[in-house]
Write a protein that binds this ligand. Sequence first.
Ligand code: F6R
Length: 606
Amino acid sequence: MCGIVGIIGKKQVTSEILNSLKKLEYRGYDSAGIATLNNGEINEVKCEGRVDVLEKNLLKLDTSGNIGIGHVRWATHGAPSNVNAHPHSSNEVSVVHNGIIENSTLLKKDLIKKGYNFKSQTDTEVIVYLVSEYLKKYKIKDAVMKMLSNLQGSYALGMIFKDYPNLIIGARRGSPLAVGYGPGENYLGSDSYALKSMTNKISYLNDGEFCILNNDQVEFFDEQGSKINKKILTLSSDEKNYDKGDYKHFMAKEIDEQPNVINNCVNEYIDKINNDINIFNFPWNEKDIRNITLIGCGTAYHSCLVAKYWLEELTDFEISVDIASEFRYRKNKFKNETLYIFLSQSGETADTFAALDLCKKNNMKTCAIVNVIESSIAREANFVLPTHCGPEIGVASTKAFLGQMLVLYILTLKLSFLTKNIEQKLYKEKIKDLKNLHNKVKNTLLLENKINSVANVFSDAKGCMFLGRGTSFPIALEGALKLKELSYIHAEGYPAGEMKHGPLALIEDGMPVIVLAPRDNYYKKTISNMQEVIARGAKVLLITNKSEDDVFSENIWETIEVETANNDLLPFLLTIPLQKLAYFSALKKGYDIDKPRNLAKSVTVE
Ligand code: F6R
C-alpha cells in the first residue's frame, strides 16, 4: 500500500529518501516519486514501476535539496502511471498522500471553475490546488487547516512549500503517520519501518492532528490548531529481520522462522516454572464477559474462524466472527457484556481500525492482537496482546497467521481456566503440549521436498479446491487464499460437507483437490466427503497427520502426513504444507512471490 517519507535537514536528502522508499517496497506498490525543494523551486521526479526505475531517473535529473518528500503509490484513483504517481505539485506546493479523498470529484469541479488544470486522475491533486488557493489569502498554518477542513475520507499527508523552504507539514486522518527525530534533521513516515534506518525516536500522529517539521524542531497541533505535546517513543532494534539472509524470498524465510516464532510467543505467554499462562493486566473480570466477537480481514479473519472452534469447545462464551469491512457498516447490537477482539498483523488495516473505532465510540471492551505493537490498532485498543512474530515483510501473511492463532489459543485456554470450563489437569497438559509445538512445526517443515514435487500439478491447474471440516475448514480457506494470491490460480476453500450442496458440479477429471483430514473428530466424515470428489474424477492430495492406522480410501493421488498433536494444535501443523505449496507453485510460475500483483502489505484504504 502507499508509503510516505519526508526529510528536512542540513544536507542533501534525495538518497536518504530513496533508501527509505526501498524499505517501504514490502508494502506493495505500482509507482514511486520524489520531490525536493532547492533554490525556491520544487523539483519532482516520478515513474511507474519500482523504486529502481526511480533511482535511474534520478541520475538524469537534478533533485538536490535539503528538504524533500517521497512516495510509493498503490493505485486507488487512476491507473498506475507516471502522471498518477505522487508527489503531485503546483508551483507553490508538492504533496504526497496515502488514503482516499471521498469528496474529490466535488472539490475538483470547484477548482476547475477557479481555473486549475488537473494533470492526473488522482484524488490527491485536489489537495495541491486547494492548499495553493488558500495560500493566496492565508499564512501557511491557516492555509493548511482550511484545506484539511474541506477533505472527507482518509489521508496521511506530507507537504513541502516553495515559499517556506524550512518546513515540511504532515497531517493525519484515518491513515497512519509517524514523525522521527534525528540530529539536525527530522522525518515524516507512513510507518516507523520507513524511518528505522535513520532513527529509533518516533512519535505518532492521532486522527485530526497535523505537524510542522523544521530541521531542529517538530510542532504538533490538534484539529483546532492548538499546540499539543507528543510522547517520543524509542523503537527496539530488529534489523536482522529485515534481511533475507540466504533465502531467495522473505516468504520462504518467514515460513521457516515459524518454529522460532512459536517458541518466542510461548516464552512470552507461558510461565514455564508454574506451567501457567501469563496474561497480565487483563482489564476485565471474566464474569463481565458473555460474548466474544472476533474481527479481522483476510488471513487475520481466518485466524478468528479457527479460534471460534476453540472458544466454543473450551468456554461458554457466545462467539461470533466478523469481516471488518462488513462489521463496520452493519447495524450492530453493541452489548456491554461483549468483548471485541481485533486481529491484525500490521495493526494498520483501515477496515479493522474503523471497526475498532466504532466499538470504542460505543464504549465496548476492545482487545487487539497485533504483530506491530506501535501500530494504530494497538494504540487504540483497551488491551493489547502482541504476537511477537518479528517483522513480516512478504506480502502474503505466513508467520503472522501462526502467531495470531497461537495468541488466540493461549487466550482461549486462559479464559477456559478462569471460567472453570477446563480442569486443572487438562489445562496443564494442554500448556505442556504448547511448549512442544515448535518442534512439531519444525519437523513438519521437513516435508518440503515432497510438497515441492506435488506443486507442479497445482501450478499447472486452472483451478482447485481446498476442503476441510472443523478447524480444518478455516485452514482450507487460508490455503486457498495463499494459493490464489501467490500463484494467481483460482482456488476455493470449502467445508467438505458442503460440496454436495452445489460445488461438486465444479469437479471434473484431473481437478486438483486438497483434502485436510487430520485424525480428529471429523476424520471419518471428511474421508467420506473425499471419496465423493474422487468418484467424480478429482486428483486428491490428502493432508493428514501421522498415525498408526492406514487411511482407508482408494485412488488418493498423494498423501502428506504432518506431525501429530492434540486436536487443538492440528491447525498449526496443517497450515505448513499449504504455505509451502503456495510458495512452490508461485516459484514454478516465476511470479514475484514477496510482492504479488495488485496486493499490498498494509491495507490502509477501505
Ligand atoms: C493474506 C494477507 C491479507 C492480510 C489482510 C489483513 O496473505 O496478508 O489477507 O491478512 O490484509 O492484514 P492485517 O493482518 O495487517 O490487518
